[in-house]
Design a protein around this ligand. Sequence first.
Ligand code: PMP
Length: 381
Amino acid sequence: MARTNPIYTGLPTTIFEVMSLLAREHGAINLGQGFPDTDGPESVRRVAADALLEQSNQYPPMLGAPELRQAVAAANARFHDITVDWKTEILVTSGATEALSDCMAALLTPGDEVILFEPLYDCYLPLVRRAGGVPKLVRLSPPGWELDVAALEVAFSPRTKVVLLNNPMNPAAKVFTAAELGAIAALVVRHDAIAICDEVYEHIVFDGRRHLPLMSFPGMAERTVRIGSAGKTLSLTGWKVGYVTAPPALLDPIAKAHQFTTFTTPPNLQKAVAFGLNQDDAYFAGLARDLEGKRDRLSAGLGRLGFAMAPAEGTYFVVADIAGLTAEDDVSFCRRITIEAGVAAVPLSAFYDKDGPTNFIRSALPSAMRCWTRRSSGLHP
Ligand code: PMP
């Protein structure tokens, strides 16, 4: 008998951790990990600092502090015209990752099939498998990342329980179109499935796009779980504060999973995130504008260095094709530029279950192109 669970035993450490370690070892600038290189608003951090000293630090309510649940409900209404009852349809978690874990534990029964889109955020497959779910993968292909609706249709079966959609999508930097979302929603409804929507980058969409939650499509409100993250929305990734919006029948078991996972989330951070979500529209517009500027600068600069850039419509990332620069694969290229050029990115193949393309890399958006050109001679073989 195996002494430890085979799903986690031998699982490699996440690529982010591996590249971050290598970056530290070689003094490289780390554009591998998914976090901004500037901190979130000082006003928000000050609320957290003051609350740490002035309010209770004991367990807050299991579902989350009322003021944060109210703020999440208000943000749903303000930005997406989604009206929910904050008392029964909002849950605060310790990051979107915990929310995803709670969802898998609460919604899946062993043998249930889960449809996911590749390339995918790396915690999805272990979480699905640990809950006994059976992944069914639908692949999107660079550089356009268009959804093949026929392939999605084929992935459904009578055992399909969940479709897990990440929009805007990490690592592809894709924002699903209204037509694609409409097609996904229609299939989810037709097969009486549940959609789990990881929308942590909901406020990071570019070029005048608007984020369209799958929850707002016809027939979806009663079958959708929508997940957000203060880490992304407030540029405070280390805080790990997430929030779930779902109809009561789905939220209730998810909250029970949360109850026996983390139970609560630090109360001072909840208060500060409530303050952060209630900021005026200028903050949210500024977040997207700032990252859009970084996207433009990085895409243009990498283009000049000889990378072929995939379109980047949202998120913290750009994807670059290295085939024009080198014959090596993405993993060895990323290792080499970390050591020789002093900049770390992550290989895109790490975001596939197996047999992903090996000629793409993902870079986070830095504030200054200096990051990529500092020792750019090292980029060339
Ligand atoms: N989902 C996606 C698609 C992400 O990119 C990330 C963070 N990199 C998360 C979830 C995790 O969010 P959190 O830090 O709030 O757990």
